[in-house]
Design a binder for this molecule. Structure first.
Ligand SMILES: [Zn+2]
Length: 449
């Protein structure tokens, strides 16, 4: 394999050379020597012999071709030492091989080196001060920017109003979630098999990795490049361990939905709640609500019926099939697919992005809003393709006749947090939103701190 067509990365204009001439006819030993010498040339003193020797034949081949790609495309200012580290880690865990269809090997290798990330970030212009100022009141609704700085606009918290509004709204939300799955008298609950979700997960992972533009794959530390497999990290929501942390976490998450939600009378606004100032008060209130008679059981049941993720990469899918009165079977399939994408995106969000939730008033914009905004973008693209190709309907939904998902599933959910993410992305553009979310380039998201 000598010179090949360039590999391009979505609509970003990034187009990189593919020329394997230097490594095309090398034996295993020669491949290894080539990698060692290239590393020494890029970073004097960088000895990778020991780590190379632990790779099998395919690994040696993979590394030699990846080094050739990296060396011929690196740009001034590239961190070669870091690129070598990333490539060695990826080379050990990847299954990609030169010659894979759709230039998948080339896209993986160049992404794993960090080069694509660097080029994507270099290609984005910084935000203007005007845009940053406009974003502030979305991130932190309780604050307002003046000519000379930022001031809090909310008076002291009215705890009684907050308690009443949240307790009423959350009880309604929790009861509604349970009722949605209630099978009715004498009817047995039906369940989907976890094997089905595992199959679906394999296709979802592949789709996000290669069909959703360069950003998801461009983070060299992403699970997409370091051997994570969604299908082996799936669990049933019914197996979730119910402890205080999880029960409280569920209520705190839903408190944001209720607190900002017009359907619940916006208790945060009524009570002059400030997410940065009143975090502890909210935490205490949720503890109080959880101690009310019957509440632990109800919240526990909700956890067993709601998709979720853990920081170790575990993703839980709800296998319970709601009765036909709640949702039709085809709509349920679409909904499961959407949930799987949503939970998987949590796993792919960059830690530096996630850390920003604590620095703004409406933290759920970061915790959930962006996740669901990107979920909706990917889901719309996928739903469009599934609508045209019956074999994709079979693969992703296990149905023969792909009716469309309901309009509700095609737009960003998560109430006000989702609206906030939509508004922010409208102002900064999808590329910057993706760079912040997937690559941790949070400077493009316009935070004040
Ligand atoms: Zn979520």
């Amino acid at each position: 394999m000598g010179p090949q067509p360039n590999v391009s990365f979505g609509q970003t204009g990034i187009s990189l050379k593919v020329d394997f001439t230097p490594v095309a006819s090398l034996s295993k030993e020669q491949s290894s020597t080539y990698v060692k010498e290239t590393c020494l040339k890029l970073v004097p003193g960088k000895d990778v012999s020991r780590r190379l020797s632990t790779l099998d034949d395919e690994g040696q081949l993979r590394m030699a071709h990846a080094m050739a790609l990296y060396e011929s495309n690196r740009v001034p200012g590239s961190d070669d030492a870091q690129a070598i580290e990333w490539l060695l880690k990826w080379g050990r865990l990847s299954k990609a091989l030169p010659g894979d269809s759709g230039q998948r090997f080339e896209r993986e290798a160049l992404s794993a080196s960090g080069l694509v990330k660097r080029l994507l970030i270099n290609g984005l212009a910084p935000l203007t001060d005007k845009t940053v100022a406009e974003l502030e009141s979305i991130y932190s609704p309780a604050y307002v920017s003046t000519g000379t700085g930022t001031v809090r606009k909310t008076p002291p918290l009215k705890i009684g109003l907050l308690r009443n509004g949240l307790f009423r709204g959350l009880t309604q939300l929790v009861d509604g979630q349970i009722a949605y799955f209630e099978p009715g008298k004498g009817v047995k609950l039906q369940r989907d098999s976890m094997d089905w979700f595992k199959e679906q997960a394999t296709h979802v992972q592949d789709y996000v990795k290669f069909e959703c533009g360069p950003y998801p794959l461009a983070n060299p530390d992403s699970g997409l490049l370091t051997g994570y497999e969604l299908s082996t990290h799936l669990e049933s929501t019914e197996a979730v361990q119910l402890n205080d942390r999880r029960l409280l976490g569920y209520l705190l998450n839903r408190a944001q939905v209720v607190g900002y939600g017009s359907a619940y009378g916006k208790p945060f606004a009524t009570a002059d709640f400030d997410g940065l100032r009143d975090e502890d008060a909210l935490y205490d209130l949720m503890g109080e609500l959880l101690r009310k008679p019957g509440m632990r059981d109800k919240v526990g049941r909700c956890l067993q019926l709601t998709g979720s993720h853990s920081s170790d990469g575990t993703i839980r899918m709800n296998p319970v099939i709601p009765p036909e009165t709640s949702i039709g079977r085809t709509e349920l399939r679409w909904n499961q697919l959407r949930t799987l994408i949503h939970e998987f995106l949590h796993h792919l969000s960059h830690p530096d992005f996630n850390d920003k939730a604590d620095t703004i008033g409406h933290g759920q914009i970061i915790d959930e809003g962006f996740v669901d905004m990107i979920t909706a973008i990917i889901f719309r693209q996928l739903a469009d393709e599934i609508g045209k190709k019956p074999e994709m309907a079979e693969r992703f939904l296990r149905i023969k006749e792909p009716a469309k998902p309901s309009a509700r599933q095609l737009t960003t959910g998560y109430a006000e947090a989702g609206k906030g993410a939509d508004q922010i992305t409208g102002k900064i553009g999808q590329d910057r939103a993706y760079a912040g979310f997937f690559l941790g380039a949070t400077k493009f998201l316009g935070f004040k701190k």
